[in-house]
Design a protein around this ligand. Structure first.
Ligand code: GDP
Length: 205
């Protein structure tokens, strides 16, 4: 994908703060520290669109980004253009785990998942080294129960030896009971185009 522009739009805590419904939206979620900011930066081909390495779990806002991108043709030219929005959801599974915070997080995400009509897919990022955690399973089931298309990506795969990567991807797909998991590395920049393709693919009939 060739990213033509990537701009921060705004942050919001609730529906009143969301930008007006516009282009198709893709929401990203995952446990704190999963590599979500790095993955967003890699997808947007920007060094610091989403800040990397905030204090885990401190950000309790949904951040919206406006993205324009063009597909790469076989000859390396510019193909079909896409205008879309990335919604960066606050991470879950934060270690401090104060109950009141967890409840607030849940309400914020629930309002978004139920009320955002332009949401086209929920991208659940799972730590590729660690494998899926119970909170990841819960997130996937939650998204599915609200009829959202789920795309799962396993992050930080550069940390695994090449011959373990496919094995770990299969394991995570099994843990989450999903048909496909895209393996990515934001550091070595592999799997990023595949994730783009998966996000934009038409949902299975
Ligand atoms: P977030 O809390 O989910 O937004 O996670 P960050 O993107 O801030 O990343 C958390 C930590 O994981 C940082 O120390 C990153 O450098 C590291 N990290 C993120 N992506 C990768 C990756 O693809 N490979 C490796 N090896 N480390 C990564």
């Amino acid at each position: 994908m060739i990213v033509l522009s990537a701009d921060f739009v705004k942050s919001a805590t609730d529906a009143r703060g969301w930008p007006p419904a516009g282009p198709d939206e893709f929401a990203f979620c995952g446990r704190s520290n999963v590599g979500k900011s790095a993955a967003l930066n890699a997808l947007a081909a920007r060094k610091s669109l989403a800040r990397v390495s905030r204090t885990p779990g401190r950000t309790r806002l949904i951040n919206f980004f406006d993205i324009r991108a063009a597909e790469k043709t076989r000859s390396g030219g510019r193909g079909a253009e896409h205008h879309l929005v990335f919604a960066d959801l606050p991470g879950y599974g934060f270690a401090s785990g104060k109950r009141a915070e967890t409840v607030k997080w849940r309400e914020m995400i629930e309002e978004y998942l139920r009320g955002r009509e332009v949401l086209r897919a929920l991208i659940v990022l799972v730590d590729g080294e660690l494998g899926a955690q119970p909170s990841d399973v819960e997130m996937v089931r939650w998204g599915e129960s609200l009829d959202h298309r789920i795309v799962v990506a396993a992050t930080k795969l550069d940390k695994l030896s090449r011959n373990r990567r496919d094995q770990q991807i299969d394991r995570i797909a099994g843990q989450l009971a999903v048909p496909k998991v895209v393996g990515i590395s934001a550091h070595e920049l592999f799997g990023i185009d595949e994730l783009w393709r998966e996000m934009l693919a038409d949902p299975a009939p």
